[in-house]
Ligand binder design. Structure first.
Ligand SMILES: Cc1cc2nc3c(=O)[nH]c(=O)nc-3n(C[C@H](O)[C@H](O)[C@H](O)COP(=O)(O)OP(=O)(O)OC[C@H]3O[C@@H](n4cnc5c(N)ncnc54)[C@H](O)[C@@H]3O)c2cc1C
Length: 258
């Protein structure tokens, strides 16, 4: 159930007679769910009160009651194992609750702010790889007796790619700097993280798209990495909060309106 509406989760944890937590439920789209030894799980400990009823737990995937499902076939990031995970009467020791009861949602949101800088960085890497491959190709590939990089329409693409690459990189560095400052001052950096994630992921989509075009038929071939960059870029607009959710975060923080 959970996704953009992050607090709408169904997985529940209830206390048993020993004071430990018994967890039941299913989570979809869990990165490294099939290989992780430990997982941070968010579950409902007090139903019916929304985000205030969510707590965080440290899960040892080798304990009974934890099951990892099949690895999802995906458009991109195929080197990353993504799967469903299920809990059937998984007993979590009371000491393995992370933070206080009912404080899980705040922990999740804090982790998301930092995670968004990670996804922005992933997007910047894709931008840079696609851009550098394009520079090399437009120098080397000839058409009509000239390097294709001498054609104005290709030059315009290169210039626009360079602007978006640099902007994505600088916004990501700004967000990382803001996170460092926040660690010192105790402040927030959610706007900077959302701006970096939104901009860099859309730049990655755009730049990898242009890079495939610049490479012509070779851009469409699995002999070169461009088609993979293009497929890998899409996820950066979806996970750790979609582009629509980033726009909501930014606009709410800027206006103070909900
Ligand atoms: C490969 C992969 C790995 C993932 N890894 C993890 C993981 O490790 N852990 C984890 O917890 N999650 C993980 N996720 C889940 C990911 O965070 C969600 O897929 C993402 O947040 C979007 O949620 P959803 O898929 O439910 O889409 P939905 O929330 O159903 O959204 C569908 C569409 O509606 C739009 N939408 C929703 N609400 C609004 C609104 N209020 N205003 C405007 N538009 C809206 C969305 O932007 C989107 O375009 C992963 C997903 C993928 C694909």
């Amino acid at each position: 159930q959970s996704g953009s509406d992050a607090s709408a989760m169904h997985t529940q944890a209830t206390r048993n007679a020993d004071g430990d937590w018994v967890i039941n439920g299913k989570k979809s789209w869990i990165t490294s769910g099939s290989v992780a030894r430990y997982i941070i799980l968010f579950a409902i400990t007090t139903p019916g009160i929304g985000a205030k009823g969510i707590s965080a737990f440290i899960i040892d995937t080798r304990r009974p009651g934890f099951h990892a499902g099949k690895i999802e076939p995906k458009l991109g990031i195929r080197a990353s194992a993504t799967c469903e995970i299920e809990f059937h009467d998984y007993v979590c020791p009371a000491a393995d609750m992370l933070g206080a009861q009912g404080k899980g949602f705040g922990i999740a949101m804090g982790v998301l702010d930092a995670g968004r800088i990670g996804i922005a960085s992933q997007a910047v890497g894709l931008c840079r790889a696609a851009y550098e491959a394009s520079i090399a190709y437009v120098r080397e590939r000839k058409a009509f007796g000239h390097a294709i990089g001498s054609f104005q329409m290709i030059q315009a693409k290169i210039a626009d790619m360079k602007c978006r690459l640099d902007a994505a990189q600088m916004l990501t560095l700004r967000a990382a700097f803001a996170k460092g400052e926040a660690e010192r001052t105790g402040g927030r950096f959610s706007t900077e993280a959302a701006v970096a994630k939104l901009y860099a992921s859309e730049a990655a989509m755009w730049i990898t798209h242009q890079a495939v075009q610049i490479h012509g038929g070779m851009g469409y071939s699995k002999e070169m990495p461009l088609e993979r960059y293009f497929r890998d870029a899409k996820i950066t607009e979806i996970y750790e909060g979609t582009s629509e959710i980033q726009r909501i975060v930014i606009a709410r923080n800027e206006t103070g309106l909900r």
